[in-house]
Design a protein around this ligand. Structure first.
Ligand SMILES: [Zn+2]
Length: 373
């Protein structure tokens, strides 16, 4: 049956109303179950890939047995919302918006992938297409990354089905993400009786904090945020422990090395030598930059949009996606191929009903061009 808004919304309702937080393996597995059934019905070859006990399985589907893909589409089945969210504020359609946990980010994109599979089968499209669904994107795809990379290297192009920006723009550039957790281990003491016997983890953190802020380099696109700080047990106690979490965004991979080196140097020579600092973390997602090859893919998308009479814009964003991994492998990647949406990761999340049909038409037109090349 031809793609239409009404069926799409009904299918989307089914999956939005399944809670699937990244750390709810049974939830993402349920979404995978639903998708697999639809894909099999459309005649696709599916395979569930276990990526460890912490998260649900990945799901891979191909339209025929193949070693190389003309195009691979990626979508994540997990959301940032805990169990119970779907019951609290289930899927709804109102005032031209569809809402509910993960409705835009990115169950709308998942339903596009299912509909595309059905379209490919109905139209008997030639070429080889891989659909890859993972279950831990919202926690940096730590478990699924090897699967994504293994499949992406077989692909001539990658389309990421994250939502198009609220403005309707697609994404061809994303910042890389570096995350650290620093633990300062000092020596506790009474702040009044024998302060000298103590080595304050908080004092050490404050001095580090000043240096960490200076690691930002806006001219290179590097931003630094100390987003979480915890420490101490009371005003009259020299703090034994302090912990901080840092989020750094980069556009140049060399910046990750510069920052790592600086932190390790500071670790080797703390301001107060009695304080020991543990550093964990590092590069989570490499930057997704535009390359000559990815510009060609953008041109294919632009051409398809022009033929459909859609005006398209491209933007860069500081948020990461699985497109960061595929693009870092040199595979031309574009992102934001899902329905238009906004407010991701909040209860203001929504998708634009009016974008459902035109953006699906864009997706099928792009895929058609890529398999005919
Ligand atoms: Zn997403």
């Amino acid at each position: 049956m031809a793609f239409n808004e009404k069926d799409f919304l009904k299918e989307l309702e089914t999956v939005v109303n399944i809670d699937s937080h990244s750390k709810m393996p049974e939830g993402t597995a349920k979404v995978a179950e639903y998708i697999e059934e639809r894909l099999q019905k459309a005649g696709w070859l599916t395979e569930k890939i276990s990526v460890g006990p912490e998260v649900g399985p990945c799901l891979k589907a191909v339209n025929k047995p193949c070693e190389k893909y003309d195009v691979m589409l990626i979508g994540h089945m997990d959301t940032v919302f805990p169990a119970g969210t779907a019951a609290q504020r289930p899927f709804a359609v109102k005032d031209g918006h569809f809402t509910g946990p993960g409705s835009a980010d990115m169950k709308g994109g998942l339903m596009y992938m299912c509909s595309l599979a059905e379209y490919v089968a109905e139209e008997n499209l030639d070429g080889s297409i891989c659909l890859l669904f993972n279950s831990d994107e919202e926690i940096s795809s730590v478990a699924s990354r090897p699967v994504i990379e293994r499949e992406a290297v077989k692909a001539a192009n990658v389309l990421v089905l994250e939502p198009a920006r609220a403005s309707g723009a697609l994404v061809n550039k994303r910042k890389g993400i570096v995350k650290y957790e620093l633990t300062f281990n000092g020596i506790a003491a009474h702040a009044g009786v024998d302060p000298d016997k103590g080595a304050s983890a908080i004092n050490e953190f404050i001095r580090w904090g000043a240096e960490i802020i200076k690691l930002a380099a806006p001219e290179k696109g590097t931003t630094v945020n100390i987003g979480l700080v915890n420490g101490g047990t009371g005003a009259n106690v020299v703090a034994e422990k302090a912990v901080c979490s840092i989020d750094i965004r980069i556009t140049d991979i060399k910046e990750a090395e510069r920052i790592d080196k600086k932190l390790k140097e500071m670790q080797a020579a703390p301001f107060d030598s009695r304080v020991k600092i543990d550093i964990s973390g590092g590069l989570k997602r490499p930057p997704f930059n535009t390359t000559e090859a990815s510009r060609k893919l953008c041109a294919v998308v632009d051409e398809a949009a022009a033929e459909l009479g859609l005006a398209l814009e491209w933007v860069a964003t500081g948020g990461g996606s699985d497109g960061n991994f595929t693009s870092a492998l040199g595979v031309p990647t574009v992102d934001g191929m899902g329905p238009i949406g906004g407010g991701a990761h909040s209860d203001r999340e929504y998708g634009e009903v009016v974008s459902i049909v035109p953006r699906f038409n864009l997706l099928t037109a792009v895929v058609k061009k890529l398999v005919q090349k």
